[in-house]
Ligand binder design. Structure first.
Ligand code: NAG
Ligand code: NAG
Ligand code: NAG
Ligand code: NAG
Ligand code: NAG
Ligand code: NAG
Ligand code: NAG
Ligand code: NAG
Ligand code: NAG
Length: 646
């Protein structure tokens, strides 16, 4: 029996360690429909869209497709996403995360567009204002042929392509809407994949693919061809782009069958099992070795394993009681956080990353190394990571008290924070940020300053959590899209609109945070101008009545002069142009009275719905069409501004 178990382990190992490729490349450029929402309806439409996106992501992570509707009457938003069935779940998540960021370029508040459709080679995402879930064809259906002609015998090639796509289009509808295969005749190989989306039934799938076969017939002197219909995806290529190593369409082939065969062998012949086990063991070992060498990670993995920073996965798994829900502390944009107790009794917070860092272990480990060397009284220290296990984990120091979010939004505590505590929080946060920006040996932009990232320890000293993520995830285009749903209110206009990330973006978020802490109210990115707290504080400043903005829960127990100064500094920080905002070290000096406090000259940037009427250039969240590479236009400023260590 124990041999069965060992074999199972081997098989799990084999699946976990397959080299991955999320195929997050655009099969065709993003398509935005030209139906637009009335300007009066745009805000609500965006809000509904974001609500659907919030629900879609976890569904994708669970079942690889998702269909969600939100909104009422004529402002309903329908969103559908699905991964190609051959992608592993981590690759699916990654592909989808990139897809999600990209589709924001159709977002209604920029162009007023009520629909968008994006075909990646690994996943698909569409939103619209009507129910398209079982749609088979649409006006935007496309046939995309590669631009490279096949070099060999065209007659043979064409025959192979047609045989392949015909067979795929016949097999897929009977096989859960998915099939991959290849044809190799006359020394010419062609590979193909066909998939129908989840809600397209078998007969519609057949029609959709049959039409695809007709259209793809216009391609075959080219090495690649794709048909992108509303209900299905069909592709052929001269290289094997799909992965049939982990496919389990309706459980009929692939890994499942091997497992069944081997398990059957277990009960019938002990000797055979022994041979099999040994063979499997050496085979796996060899394959793994070769793969590692190929990726030139062999030496690095050794270094990582020897480093004190790398905490073995098993230890963290045990420490968090196998990531039990009762140990869960919270959920962030990049992963969920669990409380854990290490064998030496030390309590830690373990962040389970949504991203697989396996493809760039070297970069990740170097950054963890740099960031873990940063120590300051107002920062939550990064203690280590686990990157050689099945998923990537970050280990932080545990901070016992709650986050500002718990105090101001969840209101777990009956007692509101006193004025003195709030002053301490504002100054401590400023000092922590000044240290990250200007004093530590590596330059760090936080990128995500908000109430839930400021933790409080026993004596209410603020501790900034999650810093360094902007360095750890250099290609993370998903941040803006995850943040857009929850924390848009904190993001500097130049970051939202152009993706330009500098220290001044943190200064802006800090200003918003200070106003929230002092006023006890939340900033809402989608509020009408008149109800935005930034607008409110700015108007009160003009009227010389800043003290009216102070949290009424304090019942007047605050220092008037001091509170005016703090709010004026906050207004300096939220000015629309980054150049006008002070640096964090100047903010600290202003707070401690060592520096004159300027008059803010520009009103705060109010909300995104009037981004289009502002002087800012059109949004380009992700202007690159190859998400795997660094962004050229918008990303340049982003990478250049924080990559170089000092
Ligand atoms: C598919 O997986 C195998 C191993 O599981 C790997 O060698 C191969 O590179 C993968 N191919 C693609 C295109 O992802
Ligand atoms: C945009 O709408 C017009 C009619 O309003 C239509 O004729 C045209 O084909 C549409 N363009 C696209 C790209 O959908
Ligand atoms: C839309 O989403 C919001 C937030 O998740 C939810 O409160 C609301 O009930 C949803 N509306 C519909 C019609 O599903
Ligand atoms: C598509 O599905 C919806 C319900 O999900 C149904 O009302 C509609 O009739 C279907 N359309 C077609 C063409 O089958
Ligand atoms: C072919 O298409 C690819 C992208 O699909 C592009 O990068 C490349 O420049 C094109 N080559 C030619 C010769 O047009
Ligand atoms: C291509 O292959 C076919 C069948 O093998 C053969 O009849 C034909 O002559 C070949 N054409 C060329 C240009 O080689
Ligand atoms: C394609 O289908 C035909 C008819 O069912 C069959 O003869 C042929 O072997 C199939 N080709 C491949 C590569 O599966
Ligand atoms: C198959 O094609 C390759 C190059 O494409 C050629 O080198 C080889 O000789 C061919 N083999 C046969 C049996 O035609
Ligand atoms: C399958 O879907 C098509 C189009 O959505 C619809 O017309 C047809 O009635 C459906 N068939 C079945 C059996 O549900």
């Amino acid at each position: 029996m124990s041999f069965q178990f060992i074999l199972l382990l081997f098989l799990c190992y084999a699946v976990n360690h397959s080299v991955s490729d999320p195929r997050a490349t655009e099969a065709t450029p993003l398509m935005c429909t030209n139906r637009t929402a009335l300007s009066s309806e745009r805000q609500q439409f965006v809000a509904n869209f974001l609500d659907t996106m919030d629900i879609v992501s976890p569904l994708i992570a669970r079942q690889r497709y998702a269909a969600v509707v939100n909104g009422t009457q004529n402002l309903k938003v329908y969103t559908f996403g699905e991964c190609m069935k051959d992608l592993s779940q981590p690759d699916c998540n990654l592909c989808f995360a990139r897809c999600k960021t990209r589709i924001l370029s159709c977002l209604p508040f920029q162009k007023g567009t009520r629909g968008g459709k994006l075909f990646y080679d690994g996943c698909y995402l569409r939103y619209d204002d009507y129910n398209f879930f079982n749609e088979t064809f649409s006006d935007e259906d496309k046939t995309v042929c590669g631009n490279k002609s096949f070099g060999g015998n065209h007659t043979v090639f064409k025959a192979n392509v047609m045989e392949l796509v015909r067979n795929l289009s016949v097999q897929a509808p009977n096989n859960g809407g998915f099939f991959v295969g290849s044809v190799n005749r006359g020394n010419v190989s062609v590979y193909g994949l066909a998939q129908c989306w989840e809600f397209v039934n078998a007969s519609a799938c057949r029609n959709c693919l049959a039409e695809g076969v007709d259209k793809i017939g216009s391609c075959p002197s080219k090495e690649e061809g794709r048909v992108l219909n509303a209900g299905c995806y069909l592709r052929y290529s001269t290289f094997k782009f799909y992965n049939n190593s982990q496919i389990e369409p309706t459980g009929s082939k692939g890994g499942r069958r091997h497992l069944a065969v081997i398990l059957a062998a277990t009960s019938s012949s002990f000797a055979l099992l022994l041979v099999l086990a040994t063979a499997t063991f050496f085979w796996r070992k060899k394959v793994l070795m070769r793969r590692r060498e190929k990726k030139q990670l062999g030496a690095l993995v050794d270094t990582v394993n020897k480093s004190k920073l790398n905490i073995p996965y098993e230890i963290l798994e045990t420490a968090t009681n196998y990531f039990a829900n009762s140990n869960k502390l919270g959920q962030g944009g990049s992963g969920s956080v669990y409380k854990g107790v290490l064998p030496d009794g030390k309590t830690v917070a373990v962040k389970r990353l949504f991203f697989n860092t396996r493809q760039w272990v070297d970069h990740f480990f170097n950054e963890v190394n740099l960031i873990s060397g940063i120590y300051h009284k107002n920062l939550v220290q990064l203690l280590g990571c686990s990157i050689t296990g099945p998923e990537s984990l970050l280990v932080y120091e545990y901070v016992p008290n709650q986050s500002l979010h718990d105090f101001f939004v969840v209101k777990k505590n009956a007692q509101p924070l006193t004025w003195e505590m709030r002053c301490k929080i504002v100054l401590g946060t400023a000092e922590g940020l000044a240290y990250l920006h200007e004093e530590s040996q590596v330059r760090i932009i936080h990128r995500d300053i908000k109430l839930s990232n400021i933790l409080l320890d026993e004596d209410f000293t603020p501790r900034i959590a999650d810093f360094g993520l902007a360095r750890l995830f250099p290609d993370d285009k998903t941040h803006i899209s995850t943040a857009i749903a929850g924390t848009l209110g904190y993001m500097a206009p130049e970051y939202v609109v152009r993706g330009k990330l500098t220290e001044k973006a943190d200064v802006y978020s800090f200003g918003v945070l200070v106003i929230e802490v002092v006023s006890g109210k939340r900033n809402n990115a989608f509020a009408e101008n008149s109800s935005s707290i930034l607008q409110m504080v700015w108007s009160l400043y003009g009227a010389g009545r800043l003290c009216d903005a102070i949290d009424p829960l304090l019942e007047g127990n605050f220092e008037e002069e001091n509170s005016r100064r703090i709010l004026q500094i906050a207004l300096l920080c939220v000015q629309a142009s980054a150049e006008l905002r002070p640096s964090m070290s100047v903010v600290v000096k202003m707070l401690t009275d060592e520096h004159k406090i300027y008059e803010p000259t520009q009103p705060p940037f109010l909300n995104l719905s009037n981004a289009e009427t502002s002087q800012l250039t059109p949004p380009q969240f992700t202007s690159n069409s190859q998400p795997g590479s660094h962004t050229q236009s918008s990303g340049n400023s982003m990478t250049q501004s924080w990559i170089e260590p000092r």
